[in-house]
Design a protein around this ligand. Structure first.
Ligand SMILES: O=P(O)(O)OC[C@H]1O[C@H](O[C@H]2O[C@H](CO)[C@@H](O)[C@H](O)[C@H]2O)[C@H](O)[C@@H](O)[C@@H]1O
Length: 288
């Protein structure tokens, strides 16, 4: 990651700046991470679902002519696509696969290394089998080792064993990185969510303001891709980030998306301010 990370400002304190950014645009590109952003984090990865408010707000934004919506997820594209409806664009495996206009582009090196990822995942199934609750998610282009339900004392052993299997089978062709209670195994290519967002943005009409909302380390490159001209919003507590703004939770994300679909669009369309249009603020100001 390049650039300086600092603690993002609470979004409700920065609304005048957000309004100013929207005033200079005629279209929105809204890129959304999935887990921890649209869907609350849960112990079982297969059980993750967007909140009803987020599902409805995304569908509503996706139906607007002046908005392009994209899901940009670490999950496999086929997986995340089944979990949230509406957007016209889906990026899976941290941007290594991108579906637009009903066709899917896959990073060529990632495609070549899928067999090695598969071999690593099946080997880890055996190697990590004795560790209670270790779970392997084989996403074809990348693999995830889940440690959320693993006893704390066993996590260092998982990290060591995973690295050793990846080194032995993948050598320099694969890397291991961290996420939220996960180890991500992927091809060592200089391509991530930020590159996918830049690619999506490059096909949007001029005067499109890009917005990216995410909660995890792989979202940082996407915040960098949209800032400073666009709006990066981190979901979570007061951690340093490349995003300028933050909200607390997926519930706040829904409120923000609803605001963008009402007041936000009216700023784009007719320069009406949210107070003139009577729309609610995206995040209820907190008492401090
Ligand atoms: O980029 P994202 O869409 O946020 O995907 C990142 C990873 O999300 C999933 O794991 C995370 O969510 C799980 C369900 O809430 C949770 O159990 C896990 O601890 C989190 O790390 C997903 O399973 C991974 O494949 C994604 O890479």
């Amino acid at each position: 990651m390049t650039g300086t990370a600092s603690v993002p400002s609470p979004l409700e304190e920065a609304l005048p700046l957000v309004r100013t950014t929207l005033e200079s645009a005629s279209q929105l590109l809204v890129c959304l991470d999935f887990d921890g952003t649209l869907a609350p984090i849960v112990a079982e990865p297969d059980a993750a679902t967007p909140t009803p408010a987020n599902q409805s707000a995304v569908a509503s934004l996706a139906s607007e002519a002046s908005v392009t919506t994209a899901i940009v997820s670490g999950r496999a594209l086929t997986d995340v696509r089944e979990r949230i409806d509406g957007p016209t664009i889906y990026a899976g495996n941290h941007g290594l696969e991108l579906e637009r206009n009903e066709s899917v582009a896959v990073h060529p090196i990632a495609r070549k290394r899928a067999t090695t990822i598969d071999h690593v995942c099946s080997t880890l199934e055996t190697v990590l089998e004795p560790i209670p609750n270790a779970r392997i998610e084989n996403k074809r282009l990348t693999g995830t080792v889940h440690v959320r339900a693993v006893p704390d004392a066993a996590r260092p052993a998982i990290a060591r064993l995973t690295q050793s299997v990846v080194d032995r089978i993948g050598g320099d062709a694969l890397t291991v990185s961290d996420g939220k209670r996960i180890l991500e195994i992927g091809p060592s290519v200089p391509w991530g969510k930020g590159n996918a967002v830049e690619l999506i943005e490059s096909t949007c009409p001029p005067a499109t303001v890009p917005i990216y909302i995410g909660d995890d380390v792989t979202d940082e490159s996407a915040f960098q891709a949209v800032e400073p001209d666009g709006i990066g919003i981190r979901v979570g507590d007061e951690q340093p980030s490349q995003a300028s703004y933050r909200v607390d939770s997926p519930a706040d994300v829904a409120a923000l998306l609803e605001w963008l679909g009402s007041a936000g669009l009216s700023i784009l369309e007719d320069d009406a301010t949210p107070s003139q249009s009577g729309a609610r603020e995206p995040v209820t100001p907190r008492k401090r």
